[in-house]
Design a protein around this ligand. Structure first.
Ligand code: FAD
Length: 508
């Protein structure tokens, strides 16, 4: 008898584990666009469009390849609206009683599959370098789980940028070279864009009709929706942007949204690109002398280091991870995250670009929107839901550790050894936003003081008990304590006033 083979919207790889286990002659592939998945949070319309278009194309490809695929479109009248519901419907239809599934990247869905009244064979997703077992072996018994040590293991395991037993270039990490402020000119025209074909256009119409009111602009839509396109986007990036990727990785520019970033994350997550293939292309460019070591190493570290590491943390920490709130921050996410007017130029630009592109690069996410939320004391679960909704590459296994752990310190320091906070000075150094801002980054107090300056001290002051003993933060507290008491009182009361006005819905 045939078995059902579940392929989810972020498992669109020919070599996905469940398909490898299945028998093309007998088994039946189930793919389903379901309301539950499109609406458990209100995703950015571009994200829904990317996934649905790529799913439809992948199902066609499987059919051409000889698979029997039962595909449910979102607007099919019989669609039950959930993944378990669709599996049960297909089981009824075909007489199958067993399901082969590749482990989903989210606890919610893993649990939903386990609760189904069908026999389930859940196989591990092997599109990652580190299996759950491997991560556990690495993590077990360690006092702290710093990414850097994990990353070195991954380098050795993959052999990427290795010179025998030694790291290529004599150092594991060239991050020190990757902190240059924004250059005056960017000679990269941005990621490769693709004109939607008929399949994608049909999806765009559907998404417009059903999700047109969600936060986020659907059109223009230029993402790759099939592997061939994604590979071209990779080649384009390696050739035209990678050489400068390292140098300007942390820079921000008011009128350039992409700088030298790749925009490849979503393609890797949904299965259009194999992460190792991406790293190998980067390594090859380095070996050919086309890109410097700090760019190649910096990029490969993001993928076999950070990407693998956060996944390991997500699965190791368990389903309650997104709900953690170790700093007990309770403020509601203010409307400026949904595009309400703000006078903070950096935040306004990051949010607008997020709305239009479903994209912001790492430093915008970490040091602008993330930093602001942390300083302002926003409830980390609300921050988590925001990031999960608004970015094209937001899947819980990668989004939650980055938001809850790295950015909001709500896990109490599993991922980060100290909170990623900064005053306006960092943003001023790394970007050109401040020159066009209503606030004055040099002002520490007063009507036009940069809110990041006020909130920075407010954060340190209100979390003094937790952080003053942290050796990496002693300097910050020493600076704070050297200020006169009057100055400190002014800073704190202006910060309070700012927060109150923000929470009352005033434009800040
Ligand atoms: P590039 O700058 O070109 O980097 C190359 C690749 O490295 C990325 O494609 C990505 O696969 C990987 N990478 C880089 N940094 C990280 C990281 N910290 N964790 C995992 N992979 C990384 N990334 C997501 O993929 N999904 C998310 O939902 C997500 N949410 C984030 C939330 C916050 C608060 C923060 C601070 C970061 C988040 N990141 C997330 C990490 C990072 O910002 C994105 O991976 C990156 O911006 C994707 O754009 P890119 O492809 O142009 O990346």
């Amino acid at each position: 008898v045939s078995r059902l083979v579940l392929v989810l919207g972020d498992q669109l790889s020919e070599g996905i584990a469940a398909l490898k286990q299945a028998d093309r002659a007998h088994d039946i592939v189930v793919m389903a666009e379901v309301a539950d998945e499109t609406s458990y949070v209100q995703h950015h319309p571009k994200k829904i469009a990317l996934i649905l278009a790529a799913m439809r194309k992948f199902s066609q490809h499987l059919q051409e390849d000889g698979w029997d695929v039962r595909y449910s479109q979102l607007d099919d009248t019989e669609n039950t609206g959930s993944i378990p519901g669709e599996l049960l419907r297909r089981a009824d239809e075909t007489g199958a009683s067993e399901v082969i599934a590749t482990e989903p990247g989210e606890w919610r869905l893993i649990e939903a599959l386990q609760d189904m009244p069908l026999k389930l064979h859940m196989v591990e997703d092997d599109r990652f370098v580190a299996s759950h077992d491997m991560f556990e072996r690495w993590a077990k018994g360690r006092k702290s789980l710093r990414m850097e040590y994990f990353y070195r293991e991954m380098r050795k395991r993959t052999g990427l940028l290795m010179d025998g037993e030694e790291p290529e270039g004599g150092k594991w990490n060239f991050d020190h070279d990757n902190r240059k402020p924004a250059p005056d000119e960017i000679d990269f025209g941005g990621p490769m864009q693709f004109t939607p074909d008929a399949v994608t256009e049909e999806v765009l119409d559907l998404v417009e009709a059903r999700f047109g009111n969600s936060f986020g602009q659907l059109r223009p839509f230029h993402f790759a929706t099939e592997p061939g396109q994604a590979r071209r986007a990779l080649t384009h990036f390696v050739k035209h942007a990678l050489p400068e990727f390292g140098d300007y990785q942390d820079a921000m520019l008011d009128d350039n949204r992409f700088l030298y970033h790749s925009l490849l994350s979503a393609y890797m997550h949904i299965g259009l690109l194999d992460p190792l293939e991406v790293c190998q292309a980067v390594e090859e460019a380095y070996k050919n002398g086309d890109v410097p070591i700090n760019a190649a190493e910096g990029f490969i570290r993001q993928i076999i280091g950070w990407r693998e590491y956060v996944r390991g943390i997500y699965f190791r920490e368990g389903p309650d991870y997104p709900r953690r709130n170790k700093l007990n921050q309770q403020r509601k996410l203010p409307p400026l995250y949904w595009g309400a007017e703000t006078r903070m130029r950096c935040v306004g630009q990051a949010v607008r670009q997020t709305e239009e592109e479903a994209y912001a690069h790492h430093i915008q996410r970490l040091m602008v929107t993330g930093n602001f939320a942390l300083l302002a004391g926003i409830d980390p679960f609300e921050v988590h839901e925001w990031y999960l909704r608004v970015y094209i590459d937001a899947f819980e296994w990668v989004e939650a550790p980055n938001t809850v752990g790295m950015s909001q310190f709500a896990d109490g320091g599993i991922i980060a050894s100290k909170p990623y906070i900064s005053s306006g000075n960092y943003i001023h150094k790394m970007s050109d936003h401040c020159g066009q801002c209503h606030y004055r980054v040099k002002d520490k107090t007063g009507a036009q003081a940069c809110p990041f300056n006020l909130l920075y001290w407010h954060f340190l002051d209100r979390h003094r008990e937790r952080f003053s003993g942290n050796p990496r933060m002693g300097q910050m507290y020493a600076t704070w304590d050297r200020m006169s008491e009057e100055k400190r009182r002014t800073v704190l009361s202006e910060a309070e006033d700012f927060l109150e006005r923000m929470s009352a819905g005033e434009t800040v």
